[in-house]
Ligand binder design. Structure first.
Ligand code: SF4
Length: 277
């Protein structure tokens, strides 16, 4: 049903470059629809289900960001796009799981405050060698924590020719068993550009639909049937009612939107410079 399918960065870019449509229906969770509204202040952005809230985004409050900034005044604050607009408004630059390493690498600082996913923070620290302070400590995506190293090992034995691709929001133990660690858009590119026949995938199970569609002839095995119940609130019925009734309009206060926009634009600027989405 969609005009565009993509991960947070792909959809952010689509929303940013959208010129013609007056209404953007964002079948996603709250923070993504908020980003679309922040980047398109003149458009009506609709979220089909007002209950589609990302629990990880809720973990990081404005007060928490301010508290850590006060503690480490020299450290830039990098926030994953999986945060509410109010938190984004408090940071220096946003990032996605696809560009987090490059964004942090590009900053002229050895210590960086990073939230809200502590697994992604740890992964970024491993890759950049920088001191990455995770805020809030122990923030996590409940869906990606469903993957367990024991299950990956069982699948490795069962599908001995398979490659294992894992999202960086998974735990360190799960990442340690992967052949490839990357965001959903990077997993899609990896599957397209490699010649393996079988892939074990550790991310929200909905991505397997896209992978199978884009790669007929290849086999994709979920490392676990990890469903994000929040994203799955976007049913066909709710999309229908959202379009029919023009509900539920996403509103971000202008002052917050202005600051959050600056942090998102900074991410786009660094991306363009390092060419690395
Ligand atoms: S999978 Fe669900 S809970 Fe996890 S970050 Fe995405 S929206 Fe949030």
């Amino acid at each position: 049903m969609a005009d565009y399918v993509g991960d947070s960065i792909e959809l952010c870019l689509k929303a940013k470059n959208e010129r013609d449509a007056e209404i953007i229906l964002f079948a996603a969770v709250d923070f993504m629809a908020e980003s679309a509204a922040v980047l398109n202040p003149d458009k009506k952005v609709l979220l089909p289900s007002p209950g589609a809230r990302c629990p990880m985004a809720q973990m990081l409050t404005v007060e928490e960001v301010r508290r850590w900034r006060k503690k480490y005044p020299e450290a830039p604050v990098v926030l994953y796009v999986n945060t509410l607009a109010s938190a984004k408004a408090e940071c220096d630059v946003c990032c996605t799981s696809a560009n987090a390493v490059k964004i942090v690498e590009s900053l002229d600082a050895d210590t960086v405050i990073f939230g809200p996913d502590s697994n992604l923070a740890e992964y970024v620290s491993e890759k950049t060698g920088k001191n990455v302070i995770a805020i809030p400590p122990g923030g996590f995506c409940p869906t990606h924590l469903l993957f367990q190293p024991e299950e990956i090992q069982v699948l490795r034995t069962k599908y001995s020719d398979a490659v294992v691709a894992v999202h960086p929001e998974c735990s360190r133990e799960v990442r340690g068993l992967a052949d490839f660690v990357g965001s959903t858009s990077q997993m899609c590119r990896f599957a397209k550009s490699t010649e393996f026949k079988t892939y074990v995938i550790a991310t929200e199970v909905g991505l397997l639909h896209r992978l199978r569609k884009e790669n007929p002839g290849k086999e994709f095995i979920p490392a676990y049937d990890a469903v994000c119940p929040n994203m799955k609130l976007n049913t066909v019925e709710r999309l229908y009612y959202a379009l029919q009734k023009e509900q539920y309009v996403v509103r971000v206060p202008e002052e917050t939107a202005k600051k959050a926009r600056r942090a998102l634009e900074e991410m786009f600027t660094i991306n363009a410079r390092v060419r690395g989405v």
